[in-house]
Design a binder for this molecule. Structure first.
Ligand code: SAM
Length: 261
């Protein structure tokens, strides 16, 4: 990797350990029938291992200076399409249209846009089946945190609303070139195929908007007090409960009760 001028602004922390790369592919449960989207091909290390297994691979990379390295690394494959664009600027429906059927994302994500990428696909894709993604360890722990813990919040509730989530492995910072300041983990998200409802996201964001306030107080920005009291009573939620005390399922039930009332 001596030739590469790593660009921090694009979150370029590359992998090269073949055992780790194969372990990530194995965690993703990719089979020879699968169509795969990779976000951030980098120097193509993960792209190469994915291309060996999957039927079709579409790989996005923002950094055009990696073009020669990537074409050289992947020249033996005819199932890979490289697209040199910012993935955030491409409409999700246009990305979906690259695939004939449901597809899987496998990516060592650029950390500066981890959450926007996750939400873009969880909320907007009609064809996504699963995501196997490298994220900062802290972000993975946030996704799996339990009610009442300090890092339980909007990300936890939203991600678990859309998907079944698990951490498949921890990846030490030394495995990357250059090494970032923190450790990472691989998160596997299996989509439940829940339709996007912007109202639910607003509801959850409002619920957590002031962490020191009660849930009822925060929700009073959206609903009148009488309605809140009636619904909380009906669902046996104490009026002094805080957002971080509710399970994901309780958020879903509470939101549908407000919608139906
Ligand atoms: N897949 C490679 C690996 O595992 O070694 C590289 C992973 S590196 C953490 C993230 C890659 O995403 C970088 O190559 C970076 O240039 C690319 N990237 C950053 N922002 C992007 C964006 N908005 N759209 C597409 N690629 C992006």
């Amino acid at each position: 990797m001596e030739k590469i001028n790593f660009k921090k602004k694009f979150g370029q922390n590359f992998l090269s350990d073949t055992n780790l790369l194969r372990a990530i592919v194995s965690d993703s449960l990719i089979t020879p029938n699968d169509e795969v989207l990779e976000i951030g091909a980098g120097a193509g290390a993960l792209t190469y291992e994915l291309a060996k297994i999957c039927k079709k691979l579409i790989s996005f990379e923002i950094d055009k200076s990696l073009e020669n390295i990537l074409y050289e690394k992947l020249n033996s494959f005819n199932n890979v399409k490289l697209i040199f664009s910012d993935i955030m600027k491409i409409k999700t429906i246009d990305i979906d249209n690259y695939f004939e059927k449901n597809y899987k994302i496998v990516a060592n994500l650029p950390y500066y846009i981890t959450s926007p990428i996750i939400f873009k696909f969880l909320e907007e894709s009609k064809k996504l089946n699963s995501m196997t993604i490298m994220v900062q360890k802290e972000v993975g722990e946030k996704m799996l945190s339990k009610p009442r813990s300090s890092n339980y919040g909007v990300l936890t509730v939203m991600v678990n609303h859309y998907a079944d989530v698990k951490i498949t492995r921890i990846v030490k910072r030394q495995m990357f070139t250059p090494a970032p300041k923190v450790d990472s983990c691989i998160v596997y998200l299996k989509l439940k195929h829940i339709a996007f409802d912007s109202g639910f996201k607003d509801f959850v964001q409002t619920a957590f908007s002031m962490r020191r306030k009660t849930l009822a107080n925060n929700l009073s920005k959206l609903y009148d007090r009488q309605k809140i009291e009636k619904i909380f009573n009906a669902l046996n939620i104490p009026l002094n409960a805080r957002a971080e005390e509710l399970e994901v399922k309780e958020f879903e039930n509470l939101y549908s009760a407000f919608r139906q009332d």
